[in-house]
Design a protein around this ligand. Sequence first.
Ligand code: ZN
Length: 105
Amino acid sequence: MEHQSAIAYGNKFLNGYLGRDGSGTGWGKKWDFIVVHESGHEWFGNNITAKDIADMWIHESFTNYSEALFIEYFYGKEAAQEYIYGNRRGILNDKPNPTGPYQRK
Ligand SMILES: [Zn+2]
């Protein structure tokens, strides 16, 4: 996880996320998802944030964007776009928004 004072790693030193590529494009299996994703959180320091943990999607969405930047840097813009489009196929869009229950009213 991305906590600066309590680093945790659980990806078994595999590429992708536990060996899987959520994008289904193959680009996500060329690198260790946890290392890149959690480094993405560190990169912007979660400074783009939300008032309530229910909106954690803001952290995760921006960090997902940082994964695409990583791919673009190492494999090119077309690869990054394929990765993003691939991940988008996994979004069911079956709820009006991705928020959780709000703690603050
Ligand atoms: Zn994350």
